[in-house]
Design a protein around this ligand. Structure first.
Ligand SMILES: [Cu+2]
Length: 463
């Protein structure tokens, strides 16, 4: 079995990793042979000069996030060091249902002091892992989970992870209570033609857990090639990726290769990932890579800099507020490895509903807990038609499967294969997947306040 390597920190590039051969040989702290030791714990960090107690998923030596070698299995022992229950979902992975990390649906909560073992074939690509319990993800209980492909290792390019999060000093449960009482940004921003954006205000936006006034500066080489793995790990913020002076091409969506789409700005809904290939100029320099909040001036980012380049500071607030994140990119994406062409055996329509003054969100008018599981049969090609009847866009995530985007509104396409798709206001999106992973799977909005507000159902089928 190929070795599993834990990166020291998720902002380490592969080149830096390879540069330190000793790192590759690091023994993984383990209870079982080959097992990664993952710990859910608390830690103190500094956000914009202020101490912030947050949750953390520690993965080994000294770092956050995982990078698995091509062909590796995901073998881990997860320990809960908190004084409250937790559970981690491996977003983008397609493990057996009982290892998927959704409380009660796949496995019980992980009690304080308890451990769970995980062992499944790792799906290649840019993925992540996060708590699926309450609003713990808003307390930063999330980290990158990168699984390399054999061809990545052969490519002569620097591999850089850009992990984007929103942050609040407040107790997110208080924010949810306010939203339920009819207050907050949800009410304040409603009523525009495009619907409401950003119903939660954050104190900071983070890139690799730093604010833009003290950014992660990543050393790069002049004229080098970069594979930028961008992960929108925000709890409630859709983003625009802005490459600034650089031109790039999207080459993967949610870890799955797509036919390259060139550009300088790309929309990235909550929980989605984009791999972007960059060719750096031959001259020395420093190039900020920014993530802008939709409809706002807030931004985060990292800086790619050649040796000795001057890195100018960038204000965390600035620039023209961008438009709503939309399907302009989605409609142009095409899978490189699409599933075999096949008519759907079953079409299931799901209406995205709710979002009134009580902040109750639902699917087919039913909140999670009162939902009727979607019934399919193993082996079927299933089309899910997601129709938005609310005044906000929703990034919808299906667990245990990757689907292909096959229609946007009435327009059919052979779009990206992915696991999260944005369903815009007044819009509908149809995705298709093969029911090839029996079990009990969540389908939900990945805005965690909407999910906690009830916007979750389940897909269940036996072998
Ligand atoms: Cu939503």
């Amino acid at each position: 079995m190929p070795p599993i390597t834990a990166v020291k920190d998720f902002d380490l590039t592969r080149r830096r990793l390879l540069g330190g051969a000793a790192l590759l040989a690091l023994p993984i702290p383990c209870l079982a042979a080959d097992a990664l030791a993952l710990r859910v714990t608390r830690r103190a960090m500094d956000v914009a000069g202020r101490a912030a107690p947050v949750l953390a998923l520690e993965t080994g030596a000294s770092g956050r996030g995982l990078r698995l070698a091509p062909g590796a299995r995901f073998i881990a022992v997860l320990t809960n060091e908190l004084d409250e229950p937790t559970l981690i979902h491996w977003h983008g992975q397609t493990p057996p249902s009982v290892q998927d990390g959704v409380p009660e649906l796949s496995q019980p909560h992980l009690a304080p002091g308890a451990t769970y073992h995980y062992d499944f074939a790792a799906r290649p690509g840019t993925h992540w892992m996060h708590s699926h319990v309450g609003l713990q993800e808003q307390h930063l209980l999330a980290a990158p989970l990168i699984v390399e492909r054999h061809e990545d290792a052969a490519a002569d390019e620097q591999d850089i992870v850009l992990f984007l999060q929103d942050f609040t000093f407040r107790d997110p449960n208080e924010i949810l209570a306010e939203l339920r009482a009819g207050g907050g940004a949800h009410a304040a921003h409603a009523g525009h033609g495009m619907g409401a954006l950003n119903d939660v205000e954050h104190d900071a936006h983070l890139a690799n857990q730093r604010t833009l006034d003290d950014p992660d500066v990543v050393p790069v080489e002049r004229g080098g090639r970069v594979r930028l793995r961008v992960i929108n790990a925000s709890a409630a913020t859709n983003l625009w990726l802005d490459l600034g002076m650089l031109e790039g091409a999207v080459i993967a969506a949610d870890g799955n290769p797509v036919v390259p789409v060139a550009g300088t700005t790309f929309p990235l809904a909550i929980a989605q990932r984009l791999d972007v290939r960059l060719s750096l100029p031959a001259e020395p320099g420093a190039w900020p890579i920014l993530a802008r909040r939709e409809g706002g001036a807030e931004r985060s980012g990292i800086v790619l800099a050649t040796a000795g380049a001057t890195v100018r500071s960038i204000a965390p607030l600035g620039g023209e507020p961008g438009p709503a994140v939309d399907l302009s990119l989605e409609s142009r994406l095409a899978a490189v490895e699409p599933p075999p062409t096949r008519a759907a055996d079953r079409t299931v329509e799901i209406a995205l509903t709710g979002g009134g003054a009580d902040y109750v969100w639902s699917l087919n008018e039913r909140v999670h807990g009162e939902h009727e599981p979607i019934e399919v049969r193993a082996g079927e090609r299933v089309a899910l038609r997601l129709v938005n009847r609310t005044r906000m866009a929703h990034p919808m995530h299906l667990h245990g499967h990757h689907f292909q985007v096959v229609a946007i509104g009435g327009k059919t396409l052979a779009g990206a294969v992915r696991d999260t798709v944005l369903v815009p206001v007044d819009g509908s999106v149809t995705v298709a997947f093969d029911a090839d992973n029996p079990g009990r799977w969540a389908l939900h909005c990945h805005n965690i306040f909407h999910m906690e507000g009830g916007m979750m159902t389940a897909l269940e089928y036996g072998a």
